[in-house]
Write a protein of this length. Structure first.
Length: 254
C-alpha cells in the first residue's frame, strides 16, 4: 500500500482534540465480525493472546473503553444455542467473510429489530498480510455481501482506476486505498432501507426497520498502526461509531 493511502489526515487529530470535553458516553455492547487481524493478530497462537507482550490492535482498546465487546465468528444462533448478537447494540462488520444464507437472515433481523451495523466493505483490500494468497487465515481480499446489500437497496461498485486516498466526511478525512463506491438501487423493493449517500458515495447511511446502517466502501482505516497515527485512526473510528449510533437519517431515498 502506498504511504498516502495508509496515513489518516492530521486534521482528524485536531477535530478529535476539540471534543475532549464531551460528557461521558453511555456504554455500548459491541460485537466484532471480521476477517482482519483485529481481535487476533496474525501469527499469534490462541494461548498467547493474553500475554502482555503481544501487541494488540489499536481498535481493541477503543472497543474496550466504550463498553463490553466480543469477537464473533458466526451471526445468529449457533448449533449449540449460543446467539452471538444477543444483547448487542453495535455490530462492527469489518471486511467480513461471505455470509451463509442463515447469517444473512440473522443480520437482517438484527438491524430491523433495532440493532446498529457499522460496515467496512472493501472491494479490493490492500492491507498487507503475513499469509500467502489462498491461505484461509488471510483477510478477505474482497467483500462479498451482495445478497444482504441488495435486500437493503444498496450496491457496492469498484473502479480499478480509482486512486482516491481520502474521503472528506463530517469534518475529517477518512483514509482510502483503492476504495469502492455505493449506489442506491432504483428498483430496490419493499425491504430496502431509507438510505443517503455521503462523501462522494464512499459512505452510505440507512434506516432499516428500527435499526441503522453506516457503511464505508473501504477498510484502510482499520490497518494496524502505532503511535500518533494509531491515535488518529482511533479517533476516526470512534467518530464513525458515534455517527452510526446517532439518530436515524429520517430521509427518503429520493
Amino acid at each position: 500500500m502506498s504511504g498516502a493511502a495508509c496515513h489518516p489526515s492530521a486534521g482528524a487529530e485536531q477535530a478529535a482534540a476539540s471534543e475532549t470535553a464531551e460528557p461521558a458516553r453511555k456504554p455500548i455492547a459491541t460485537a466484532l465480525f471480521s476477517s482482519l487481524p483485529i481481535a487476533r493478530p496474525e501469527n499469534v497462537a490462541m494461548e498467547d493472546l493474553l500475554r502482555e507482550d503481544v501487541p494488540a490492535h489499536w481498535a481493541t482498546s477503543l472497543l474496550s473503553d466504550r463498553g463490553e465487546w466480543r469477537a464473533v465468528d458466526w451471526l445468529g444462533i449457533r448449533d449449540d444455542g449460543y446467539d452471538a448478537l444477543a444483547g448487542i447494540d453495535l455490530l462492527v462488520l469489518a471486511q467480513p467473510r461471505p455470509l451463509a444464507p442463515e447469517e444473512n437472515v440473522a443480520l437482517d433481523n438484527f438491524v430491523r429489530d433495532g440493532g446498529t451495523v457499522l460496515l467496512f466493505a472493501d472491494p479490493h483490500l490492500t492491507q498487507e498480510s503475513a499469509y500467502a494468497l489462498g491461505d484461509p487465515r488471510r483477510p478477505a481480499h474482497t467483500v462479498l455481501l451482495s445478497p444482504i446489500l441488495s435486500r437493503w437497496g444498496i450496491e457496492l461498485e469498484h473502479d480499478e482506476s480509482d486512486e482516491k486516498t481520502g474521503a472528506d466526511w463530517n469534518g475529517v478525512t477518512l483514509p482510502l486505498s483503492e476504495p469502492g463506491r455505493f449506489r442506491l438501487k432504483p428498483d430496490a423493493g419493499e425491504f430496502a432501507g431509507r438510505c443517503i449517500l455521503e462523501a462522494d458515495a464512499r459512505l452510505v447511511s440507512c434506516d432499516i426497520g428500527k435499526g441503522r446502517l453506516l457503511a464505508l466502501a473501504d477498510a484502510a482505516l482499520l490497518e494496524p498502526d502505532t503511535g500518533g497515527r494509531a491515535e488518529i485512526r482511533r479517533a476516526l473510528l470512534e467518530r464513525m461509531m458515534d455517527a452510526a449510533l446517532a439518530t436515524k437519517v429520517g430521509k427518503s431515498r429520493d
